[in-house]
Design a binder for this molecule. Structure first.
Ligand code: UGY
Ligand code: MN
Length: 266
């Protein structure tokens, strides 16, 4: 049975009917491939008309929390949210009216993003007629004496110049050349056929959201096909290598912890 309507009026959403088509892989301590077809939504307190897919959590070792939010038409935060965490939002589709303390109400569209320091209260609403999908990443900010906590950022991915990084293009959506940032967010763009110059292995963990295209990911000696809308969690030290495939550019949004020395848990 292919995705679509069933005779009883119910529907098959993805590749649910033949388990051998399942691409979800969970290797705790190493990596998880979390395709869209396998994700489950639930509701969170503090929102109305918003569903959440939980992507990365401390439940499998992550030191950050990442969600995909589905903000339905008229969906919103029920009141300004003031949290202990630094936060990053990136719009995948649809539109959102977003405001934060010290900033005016602004429209976010596909590719818009915002980074907020801890305790920068914010609220949003979807005034459009289509669902808005948003990647939402939070972590506890690690303050360092003498280094100022950065001010909020509100911009569009296309405002940020891409820098060549070995074989591909990298945009730093958080300018983590500045030591004030411990949340590195890269937007990485690959021409079809491009691949990394070496297998990376590093202490930084990753939350990777495939924004466009497809490729092969080498993760801890496994070679796995990945495509638009897949999420990948990579644990510290997981060997990683990407081959961009297909006919078009591929791109992904990548979280990494940066600029701190891992002494916080000693
Ligand atoms: O910056 C990075 O760690 C990046 N090159 N890793 C990755 O894309 N898997
Ligand atoms: Mn990496």
């Amino acid at each position: 049975m292919l995705p679509g309507k069933l005779p009883n009026g119910m529907s098959i959403l993805g590749d649910a009917d033949i388990t051998s088509r399942c691409r979800c892989v969970n290797k705790p301590g190493s990596y998880m491939i979390f395709p869209r077809a396998n994700r489950v939504e639930h509701n969170l307190p503090g929102f109305k008309g918003v569903q959440a897919q939980v992507l990365a959590t401390p439940q499998h070792g992550a030191k950050f929390v990442e969600h995909e939010l589905w903000v339905h038409p008229n969906g919103c935060t029920v009141r300004p949210r003031d949290e202990d965490f630094e936060q990053f939002f990136f719009v995948l589709e649809g539109e959102l009216q977003f405001s934060y303390a010290g900033g005016s109400l602004q429209k976010m569209v596909r590719g818009s993003f915002t980074w907020l320091p801890p305790h920068c209260a914010y609220e949003f609403v979807n005034n459009g007629s289509e669902r808005c999908r948003v990647v939402w990443i939070r972590r506890r900010y690690e303050e360092v004496a003498g280094i100022a906590i950065p001010a909020p950022i509100f911009a569009h991915e296309s405002d940020v110049p891409g820098e060549p990084c070995d074989t591909y293009w990298e945009k730093h959506l958080t300018p983590y050349e500045s030591m004030g940032f411990d949340m590195g967010i890269n937007f990485q763009i690959f021409d079809a056929g491009v691949y990394f110059p070496y297998v990376e292995a590093h202490v930084m963990e990753h939350g990777l959201y495939m924004v466009d295209g497809c490729g092969l990911y080498f993760l801890n000696n496994d070679l796995i096909e990945v495509q638009k809308d897949d999420f990948i969690y990579m644990a510290p030290y997981c060997p990683q290598f990407y081959y961009a495939m297909g006919w078009e550019k591929s791109s992904y949004l990548l979280y990494k912890d940066v600029n701190r020395d891992y002494t916080q848990d000693l």
